[in-house]
Design a protein around this ligand. Structure first.
Ligand code: SAH
Length: 400
């Protein structure tokens, strides 16, 4: 290990870090110009030079590094990584014992003690997300901890640290045996096809597991569903399996058709009985209004930011407008499942978007369900930003 750099936190930020805030940013330091490099360790000290914590330097869009320990004597070595990963694996032991669910998060960044790193399990294969070149410097320690603790069949990795903090296109295979893709995993008994070596996304977002289950078990029976920003159509598959009368999936990406068809087929549903459209959701909403289309359930799960040819969408700025469009296409007493993974606003703000949208439409509504991250995505008590997922099941009611 190289020598630790000492970084001094400004007086007005001291308390926050002493209380456990894990993310380091440049503006809190008195000496940000110190020379450090990705993956090097630092010691955070207060104005009087007392130890606050120890972490690694790794540039991410969120900050410049993560604090790993508040114990002055704790060394960051291969045993440190082993301890953290072992603890995370132990916590997931109920998941490892499930037969109906074979995909889940094993390690959730700062929530499991190491910011900038996530590890997911997909039916005996593992997928590591490296969120900075800094954390990637510990690849050897982390891979050997995984190999020692659980003997994975194979490990894949996503390097999410190009200049813009985005995914670096690469062969994502890291070690072990290569999987045959698509790999079929189970989620609450449903088959989901995933590919761990095909771009930034895998085919499913594991954090929505409980939402999909609720949709299938409590809402779908006999209903029509519109799934917007549908990607591989997993919400539609769950709805169909829950007895939905019909599903319509809308996504801009051409590949979503083939991927969605495959997800239906993997579950014994004839894709021809469902509708899958390649279209800009915003155009589809216009079309839907013009043709007076109405659905019992509308799923809204947009990316936090998206740019299409005609539209730029930012969840923070445009979610209210998106909801208003969804309201137009929802039957009275029908439900909108509104979801966002934007870390830039909290549940309270999200609920305000909902109130505003219904108010402007002069309609009543009722919140039926509220979801946030599931158990395998633990968050850090001092880092509420990490609790990013917000999902509301909202019933559209009669006029005010
Ligand atoms: N709801 C999905 C995940 C959505 S990922 C699921 O649960 O699996 C975001 C998707 O939004 C991507 O597939 C992307 O192609 C799509 N997308 C982004 N902008 C869009 C737009 N304007 N119209 C339609 N789809 C869009």
């Amino acid at each position: 290990m190289t020598e630790e750099i000492r970084l001094q936190v400004r007086k007005n930020h001291e308390n926050k870090y002493k209380e456990g805030y894990p993310l380091l940013s440049k503006d809190v330091l008195t000496n940000p110009e110190s020379i450090y490099k990705e993956g090097s360790l630092f010691q955070l000290i207060d104005t009087d030079g007392n130890f606050i914590g120890r972490g690694y330097y790794g540039l991410q869009n969120k900050g410049i590094g993560w604090i790993l320990t508040h114990k002055e004597k704790e060394v960051i070595d291969h045993l440190f990584f082993q301890r953290k990963i072992a603890a995370a694996i132990n916590k997931r032991s109920p998941f490892y014992h499930r037969e109906d669910t074979t995909a889940f998060r094993v390690f959730n960044g700062e929530g499991d003690g190491i910011g900038g790193l996530t590890i997911d399990y997909y039916g005996e294969y593992y997928l590591i997300n490296w969120y900075s070149f800094g954390i990637y410097q510990f690849q050897e320690e982390i891979l050997s901890a995984l190999n020692l603790l659980i003997q994975p069949k194979g490990i894949y990795e996503k390097k999410r640290f190009d200049e813009k903090g985005q995914y670096v296109e690469d062969d994502d295979f890291a070690t072990g045996t290569r999987a045959d893709f698509p790999l079929v995993v189970k989620e609450n008994g449903v088959s989901i096809e995933v590919n761990l070596n095909d771009g930034a996304m895998t085919g499913v977002f594991l954090d929505q597991r409980e939402v999909r289950k609720k949709l299938r078990d409590k809402y779908a029976m006999g209903k029509t569903l519109l799934n917007t920003f549908s990607y591989t159509g997993v919400f539609s598959v769950f709805a169909a399996l829950g007895g939905a009368k019909h599903t319509t999936s809308v996504d801009l990406a051409k590949r979503s058709v083939e991927l969605t068809r495959a997800q239906f087929l993997a579950n014994g549903i004839d894709p021809e009985t469902q509708e899958i459209r390649v279209e800009d959701v915003f155009n589809f909403f216009d079309y839907g209004v013009k043709h007076e289309l109405k659905y019992d359930i509308v799923v809204l799960d947009p990316p936090s930011f998206a740019r299409s040819k005609k539209h730029t969408f930012s969840a923070k700025k445009d979610y209210t407008a998106l909801l208003k469009s969804a309201i137009d296409l929802t039957e009275e007493n029908g439900a909108i499942i509104a979801s966002t993974n934007a870390a830039t606003f909290d549940m309270k703000t999200f609920k305000n978007f909902v109130s505003k949208a219904f108010k402007e439409k002069k309609l009543n509504f009722k919140i039926l369900e509220e979801n946030s991250l599931p158990k395998d995505f633990p968050t850090h008590p001092s880092f509420p930003e990490g609790d990013y997922l917000k999902v509301l099941f909202i019933q559209k009611q009669a006029s005010l």
